[in-house]
Design a binder for this molecule. Structure first.
Ligand code: GTP
Ligand code: MG
Length: 360
């Protein structure tokens, strides 16, 4: 989308050049020649006005592309130990050790290892949030850890998680948890998973399964190695310089600090002080904090941070884009809000129609 001209936009949207120029006047943009390239913000605004969905792509041309840590989400059946496992993993991090084990609860954390490698874990958002994020195209998760309790085995929500991961096309690493329990039967879990179509490594497939105990803290290093191996195969890379492209993982309202969003940078660098549009909200980033609550000026790819300074509360899965001015931010936010309202009305309209049509 970057650098598109009015002529190209006209081709893509099927609207005439003069129609598009009218819209540009309405959104307060000076009409340029149809061969001048539009800024990405204006292109998005105009496209929204004519009802075309846009996806922002930042060109990586000329920028440095570097390996980045994997972003991992833990999923699984209720009570199978997702939270316990995350807590145990959190404690394996050097940062957690340095901070004396006191980590602030952010909705995401980074495990930094002796080897210098690191893994970003998202606190398990629940399947609904995961689906919502996927529906909005927020591809933040690189790998899903599927937690299955060794005593309980595969359960309905195990299958649900499996379906979500498959639908999102995200590779799975299985963590067979509670292996310390007397009734634990990891082999049975493997057979169950295999019968669900998971091609486990030891059965000739490529899905790793690791036996762990969150309580006894066993197998955690092996799980981390498995995740790094999986990540290595995926060759995860990101552009480091240039404007940030980021996603909201969770958001909450703090009495004193206002709306706070936990964000993960996908590409580029998020910098304090910039104007951003977050979903349909906007703001100027007043503070960026890392996962242990330390203030920082910048956030790089796969780094979860908490940002402060938004005017409203965004939603999980919302995208964060950097814009050049407050005016742009307000305009884009207003445009997106308008579109959201329109979509909502359309949806209500459709539901009414369904209600109105006589059922047979
Ligand atoms: P929900 O968030 O409710 O879906 O549960 P969860 O998957 O986060 O499970 P949670 O970590 O809360 O653990 C559920 C119960 O299992 C708790 O009582 C834990 O103490 C216990 N538990 C978790 N991991 C282990 C383990 O490795 N071994 C044993 N023996 N118990 C465990
Ligand atoms: Mg839990």
């Amino acid at each position: 989308f970057e650098g598109m001209t009015v002529v190209e936009l006209s081709k893509r949207t099927g609207k005439s050049i003069s129609d598009l120029q009218d819209i540009m006047v309405n959104v307060g943009e000076k009409v340029c020649s149809e061969f001048d390239s539009l800024s990405i913000d204006i292109a998005e605004l105009v496209a929204m006005e004519v009802g075309v969905n846009v996806k922002r792509l930042h060109s990586n041309e000329g920028s440095e592309i570097l390996p980045r840590p994997p972003v991992v989400t833990v999923m699984g059946h209720v009570d199978h130990g997702k939270t316990s496992l995350l807590d145990a993993l959190r404690q394996t991090s050097l940062a957690a050790k340095e901070a004396g084990g006191i980590t602030q609860h952010l909705g995401a954390f980074v495990v930094s290892m002796q080897s210098g490698a690191s893994i970003t874990f998202l606190d398990t958002p629940g399947h609904a949030a995961f689906s919502a994020m996927r529906a909005r195209g927020a591809a933040v998760t690189d790998i899903v850890v599927l937690v299955v309790a060794a005593d309980d085995g595969v359960m309905p929500q195990t299958l649900e998680a499996l379906a979500h991961a498959k639908a999102a096309n995200v590779p799975i690493v299985v963590a067979i948890n509670k292996c310390d329990k007397p009734g634990a039967n990891p082999e049975r879990v493997k057979v169950q998973l295999a019968s669900e179509g998971l091609a486990l490594e030891e059965m000739g497939g490529d899905i790793q399964a690791v036996e762990v105990s969150a309580t006894k803290k066993t197998g955690l290093d092996i799980l981390e190695e498995a995740l790094l191996l999986q990540a290595e195969m995926m060759e995860l890379k990101a552009r480091v310089d240039g404007p940030a492209q980021a996603y909201v993982v969770e958001a909450r309202l703090d009495k004193g600090r206002g709306p706070l969003a936990t964000a993960i940078v996908k590409a580029g660098t998020l910098i304090c002080g910039r104007y951003v549009v977050v979903g349909a909200e906007w703001g100027r980033i007043r503070a960026i904090r890392d996962t242990i609550g330390k203030l920082t000026e910048k956030a790089k790819p796969a780094m979860p941070v908490e940002i402060e300074g938004l005017k409203g509360l965004p939603m999980a899965g919302d995208d964060i884009v950097v814009v050049e001015s407050e005016e742009r931010a307000r305009m884009l936010s207003a445009g997106r809000k308008k579109k959201l309202d329109k979509d909502r009305l359309l949806k209500i309209g459709e539901e009414r129609m369904e209600l109105a049509s006589p059922s047979e």
